[in-house]
Design a protein. Structure first.
Length: 645
């Protein structure tokens, strides 16, 4: 007869505090959207001496350029001729060879029925390859943000650089004709009075609906990271576009980012127009953690949203602000970050809702939109207020993904960080395990904002806490004692917020009796209470907290019985259990099963199973919560003692 653990089952209800935002709902579009081809022109900029009309800076422009160059006196180094605009709506921008252009800035002007406009600044960067902070995209170029030009017959740009520095090499102006489609005028027409709650996905118009030519983007699989924050942008150029012109604007930005900047796709994950409509940006799945190009060095840990318009010169329409609130609130629920909190990214602390200017040298998203970010944090935060923390933060090194801990034969403690694409990075030694066992990454157990390490000292049974590292090198802080009398335990695992009080908890098994006990954390690295929540668990060979496996907004535990049967023991959100789920297959071949959080970028819980021979496999939730999709992990863990997450 199989020995199945007895659980204390209780039904709990969790109150959800949900804020409602008004967002448009689309009406049927006719004719149907279709891919639209764009046309791209490139024109080399010439030395300023050869373009008399562009080489002289006004006193005001010279002062502004100097300020943008960190106080360095600047001058015009190159400019374009007066170029004819190929269509009523175009997107233009300036690019140059990467590796140069520190302190460079760009100005543009356009000619309409009343003559030439004044010169206007556009944000530019000299950074290499914002798509991949670690290695620049092949063919990527530095340059300006895209500029939307409507109703102009001609445009002209000029490049301004510090007098003391080298001018950017091979500068070009990119002029994009985004093409037209009869479908553009009918996509996303709002129905007055309609609304959805922020707890549900807001209406988001797809790439197909704005006519994205999918052959234009890089065809390799998207890269997935994590979403712990949102970076807000604005675009440049006009604020007076019509509803029907928005798809053309999106196609123009897309073509400029790919054919001008050399990026793999449009840079932003989402775009919002002045009418309050939200549009899908970068390809790869709106619910997934698609790595975008929203902020250099921050792209693997955030998502980007850009509002169409120049909000340095005009206020932000209320409909657009509402749409930003709804989008951020929805994404925060999916990826489980607090819009009112902060995020640690690459060793830097940001507001979880930040402007582009907070991460990089830019004025984006403009002073008027930037001033709206506090209200976005408040409103989006209301969408997640009262929801339990569903995931267990296993990111001990504060880089991305979840981490796995293993002990080498010599006692070294090695950390393997996941890459959010189902792989493990090369291990980093973060300490020694002399006289310590039952290690677990317990989430943010002390409330310090990063994942913490909990372990048991074998010699005296004391429980130790090491705070997570805030600098991104993976090494936890010094150990301190947080409990006594743990010699009798043979399992300790981070359980997430098991009792629904907003604090991280631990689960432990008593070796002699098989009782499973809940140790409720106090949010400061200690415990409020301990109580038994199940018996008969001595039959379980492996036990690990997995966070919200079944997507019911309550954390769960995965346990593998000695007979090889694996079950998800579903938490009820109040310290007890709901009926268990049996997972398919024979799990007896795994000597360790480790919950690593989201290791493949699909926003769901993943585990890594390690066989006796050291082969690692990634297990992800399948189409249903009682199915598992396995894939190989090309890292051998032979000879290592792997801990339970």
């Amino acid at each position: 007869m199989r020995s199945i653990p007895r659980l204390r089952v209780a039904i709990a209800t969790t109150a959800l505090a949900v804020a409602s935002f008004v967002v448009p709902v689309s009406s049927p579009a006719a004719p149907a959207p279709h891919p639209v081809k764009t046309k791209v022109e490139r024109h080399a900029l010439t030395a300023a001496s050869g373009v008399p009309a562009a080489r002289t800076l006004s006193a005001a422009d010279a002062a502004a350029a100097q300020q943008r160059a960190d106080g360095k006196r600047s001058h015009v180094t190159s400019a374009s001729s007066e170029l004819a605009v190929p269509s009523d709506l175009a997107v233009i921008g300036v690019t140059w060879a990467r590796g140069g252009g520190s302190g460079a800035t760009v100005q543009y002007r356009q000619r309409g029925a009343s003559g030439w406009s004044s010169w206007a600044f556009i944000d530019a960067d000299g950074q290499d390859g914002p798509d991949r902070p670690e290695a620049a995209e092949p063919g990527a170029r530095s340059g300006s943000d895209p500029i939307v030009v409507i109703g102009a017959s001609h445009v002209q740009v000029r490049l301004i650089t510090p007098v003391s520095g080298a001018a950017p090499a091979a500068p070009e102006i990119i002029v994009v004709d985004p093409g037209t489609s009869e479908a553009d005028r009918s996509v996303g027409v709002a129905q007055p009075g309609s609304a959805v709650a922020a707890a549900r996905r807001p209406v988001i118009y797809t790439r197909a609906q704005w006519g994205a030519d999918e052959s234009l983007r890089e065809q390799s699989a998207p890269t997935y990271g994590a979403v712990n924050a949102a970076f807000v942008h604005h675009t440049a150029g006009t604020n007076n576009y019509s509803s029907g012109q928005v798809p053309s604007i999106l196609r123009g930005i897309y073509a400029f980012h790919v054919n001008g900047r050399g990026w793999r796709d449009i840079g932003y994950n989402f775009l919002i127009d002045r009418f309050g409509r939200t549009w899908e940006g970068r390809y790869g799945g709106m619910t997934r953690a698609v790595v975008g190009a929203q902020a250099v060095g921050m792209n693997y840990d955030s998502f980007g949203v850009s509002v169409l318009g120049n909000f340095d010169i005009a206020g932000v329409p209320a409909a657009a602000v509402s749409a930003v609130k709804a989008l951020v609130g929805w994404k925060a629920q999916i990826h489980e970050f607090n819009p009112r909190g902060t995020a640690l990214i690459n060793g830097r602390r940001f507001n979880a809702v930040s402007g582009h200017r907070d991460a990089n040298q830019t004025s984006c998203p403009g002073r008027y939109l930037y001033a709206q970010l506090p209200s976005v944090r408040i409103a989006a935060g209301a969408a997640v207020a009262g929801l339990p923390s569903l995931s267990i933060d296993r990111d001990l090194d504060n880089r991305e993904g979840g981490d796995l801990l293993a002990r080498r034969a010599n006692g070294d403690l090695a950390l393997y960080s996941s890459t959010n694409s189902g792989r493990l990075k090369a291990p980093v030694v973060i300490g020694r395990t002399t006289d310590r066992d039952l290690l677990t990454i317990a989430g943010d157990f002390d409330g310090g904002g990063s994942a913490d390490l909990v372990s048991r000292r074998r010699s005296d049974g004391r429980l130790l806490l090491q705070t997570g590292d805030a600098t991104g090198n993976g090494k936890p802080g010094s150990a301190r004692v947080i409990g006594h009398g743990w010699s009798g335990m043979d399992v300790i695992t981070g359980a997430g917020d098991w009792d629904g009080d907003g604090r991280q908890d631990l689960l432990a098994r008593v070796a002699r009796t098989g009782a499973l006990r809940l140790y409720s954390g106090n949010g400061r690295g200690g415990f409020r209470a301990s109580r038994a929540i199940g018996s008969g668990w001595q039959g379980m060979r492996l036990v690990t907290g997995v966070g919200d496996w079944d997507a019911d907004r309550r954390p769960d535990v995965l346990a593998v019985h000695k007979n090889g049967v694996a079950r998800i023991y579903r938490g009820n959100g109040a310290g007890g259990f709901l009926p268990a789920i049996i997972l398919p297959g024979d799990w007896s071949g795994y000597r360790s099963v480790v919950a690593v959080g989201d290791a493949n970028g699909d926003t769901r819980v993943d585990v890594i199973g390690v066989t006796a021979g050291g082969t690692a496999r990634l297990g992800a939730v399948g189409r249903s919560v009682n199915s598992v999709v396995w894939s190989s992990v090309p890292t051998s863990l032979a000879g290592l003692a792997v801990y339970t997450g």
